[in-house]
Structures are given as structure tokens and as C-alpha cells.
Design a protein around this ligand. Sequence first.
Ligand SMILES: O=P(O)(O)OC[C@@H](O)[C@@H](O)c1c[nH]c2ccccc12
Length: 266
Amino acid sequence: MLRRMSVLSAPDLKRVPGVLGRIVELRAGDYVDADPALGEARAGERRFEAALAAPELSLIAEVKRASPSEGAIAPLDPADAARAYAAGGAAAISVLTEPRYFDGNREALLEVVAVTDLPALRKDFVVHPAMLREAADWGASAALLMVSVLHEHTGEYLGAAHHLGLDALVEVHDERELDIALEAGARIIGVNNRDLTTLKIDLSVSPRLIRRAREAGFTGVLVAESGYRTPQDIAAVRGLADAVLVGSSLAGSGDLSRAARDLMTP
Ligand SMILES: O=P(O)(O)OC[C@@H](O)[C@@H](O)c1c[nH]c2ccccc12
């Protein structure tokens, strides 16, 4: 089925505050002339979802060279980083493709997909359907969808991701966003401990929202995201989350494989 999609309008994007708003505005500018047609439906393998469904806590390790909160983190080679994360026991690899604040790009994702069999997540600020089509074309198994950016359009973007055979990590940071993700029919929900408008980390956010999602009857995959530096930090979501998403503390460690293993060892 050939499907076209609506593009987020300027008023939608204006509702995003702080640094996040600035990034989203720049990303929308990059894709303003892109074709919103999704094209033919593709069969999804749900590899990302399956990789996180193991009974033990899974690690999604992130290729992250820079961020707005930390500036330059490490000049990682994406292929080397992905190989090291795989050797360190990661279940999936997250790759930043946002160029200005995260020093990411398309090549980083392509290289990761080329060197490892682990499913890859395109980590970017999705504001246009063409970004999802790219994610699928570049070999990603999943894309990030942020409720703080997509608001009531979350369900439509989720449908577009599934149409393209992609899994979607639907990211939330508070109760209201969680309710939107649940309502939209998300199968994988990520709880970000970082408030992207202030960039502050609060590790109590994930346990709180993960419990709430389970109480609401959510049976899908739950991911705790951001700010995890020690095995003690991880202990707070063991038995609650299905996976943790970790970037900076691994990327800046110097020995990515060992850091991944050490972090996940109780
Ligand atoms: O580097 P950290 O604190 O381990 O966080 C990783 C990941 O959760 C973070 O990069 C992230 C979570 N949600 C995002 C949305 C956009 C960009 C980045 C992110």
C-alpha cells in the first residue's frame, strides 16, 4: 500500500520548549522539502523488540559522540564502538544521527548496521515521515519517537514506523506523556530520566513510570533511559524494566566492551 502522511506543522513544533525545541526546529528545517510519502508497506521482523524481550535485563548501548548536556563525549568510531558493545553483551545498538548537537550522521548508522547483527535503533528527533523512511532504508530495526515532540501525532508516526517494518521506541518523561504512548498503542515504551527541557537527570522517573505502565495493564517492552553510570544505578530498575539504554557513561569510558559488561554485572 502506497501511503502518504501529514507533516508536523509549525504550531506543533512551537510547543516544544528549551534546547529540545531548538533541535526540533533545526531538524524540521533539514526535512522541510522532503517527500512525505512512505511508499509501499514493508514486512517488519520486529528484531529490536525481540532482542529486548529476554527474561534478563537487556542493554541497549548507544553510539554517542556528543550531547547538549555534556558537549564532546568521545570521538568514537561507530563500527569499532558497535563491535565493542556487541562483545560486551549488548542486545541492541542505539545510534545518534542528529548532526549538530550529537555529532551523529547517516554514515554512523550504516557502519553499525554493516558490522554487527544486533538490531540498531535510529536515535534522532523524528519530525517528518521521511526520517522514518530513511531509518528503514539505512537498515535500522527501530526508530525513536518522542511524545514530547510528537504529542497527539504519536499514534500516526507509530503507524508509519510499523508500515515501514520498523519497531518504535516511544519515549516519555511524565505521566501525561505515558498516557499518550499507551493510548497510541506503543509496543515499546522508553522512560527518559533526563528532562530534555532542563537536561536534568532524575533516576526515580523510570521506576515510577514503569510501575504506572504495568499497573495500567501494559504488557509490552519497557526501557529505562539515561543517566546510568554504575551497577547500583542499574539495580533500581532490575526486575522492573526489560532493558536499559545507556550512552555517555559507556561512550566516555575508554574501554566500551568492559564498561558495558561491568555496568550490567549485578
Ligand atoms: O547518555 P545517557 O545519559 O546514558 O543517555 C542515553 C540516552 O538515553 C539519551 O541519549 C537519550 C534519550 N532520549 C533521547 C532523545 C534524543 C537524544 C538523546 C536521547
